[in-house]
Design a protein around this ligand. Structure first.
Ligand SMILES: Cc1cc2nc3c(=O)[nH]c(=O)nc-3n(C[C@H](O)[C@H](O)[C@H](O)COP(=O)(O)O)c2cc1C
Length: 168
């Protein structure tokens, strides 16, 4: 696990290569194994491979989401807000579990923040995504995790650069 954490970096450039379906299945299993408060599992995961739809979703924010158009999978992490008062935490845990599982399987990934972000001056990123994906009222959108085989390399953060002063 520490090796996975050491090597994980946000990857925003992806090879033009379909993700092995068995790997997608493992990502689904990993998402569903995420712990959640009181075991309520308020999350829903939309696994999106359609490239036209990924291109549309890549416009969810004015910046910080455009690379989704070149990803080969986007997982929209959302929740039924009325099922749990801590759906944000539950969705965040599931998001990072997806990323770390992807890392362990040779994928690159990057978190795209949706909650509390804007699509433009008048529409939230969440409402934009709900419109595009026809999500029901009451559905909350936390993030989209972009996945693909990495087409960039990033060095691990050196251990001496870790902010050990933040550990008391
Ligand atoms: C909660 C959260 C939200 C993030 N939102 C975005 C985002 O919207 N767009 C993006 O390109 N990266 C996003 N990132 C990735 C961060 O920018 C990245 O993790 C950080 O700069 C550290 O770099 P590293 O992941 O390579 O270690 C997000 C990461 C987290 C944990």
């Amino acid at each position: 696990m520490l090796d996975i954490l050491r090597n994980r970096r946000s990857i925003r450039r992806y090879k033009d290569k379909e993700i092995d379906p068995e790997i997608v299945d493992m990502l689904k299993e990993a998402a569903l194994r995420s712990p959640s408060s009181r075991g309520i599992n308020p999350w829903r995961f939309l696994f999106i491979k359609d490239r036209t739809l990924l291109e549309t979703l890549s416009q969810a924010k004015e910046s910080g989401s455009s690379f989704l158009k070149d990803a080969r999978l986007g997982v929209v992490v959302c929740a039924k807000g009325d099922e749990s008062d801590v759906w944000v935490e539950d969705c965040s845990i599931a998001s990072i579990i997806l990323q770390l599982t992807g890392q362990s399987l040779g994928l690159g990934s990057c978190w795209i923040q949706i909650r509390n972000r804007m699509h433009n001056e008048t529409q939230s990123s969440e409402d934009y995504i709900k419109e595009v994906l026809h999500l029901p009222d009451g559905m909350k959108v936390e993030s989209i995790i972009a996945f693909g085989y990495p087409d960039e390399t990033k060095e691990p953060i050196p251990r001496e650069e870790l902010e050990y002063e933040k550990i008391i």
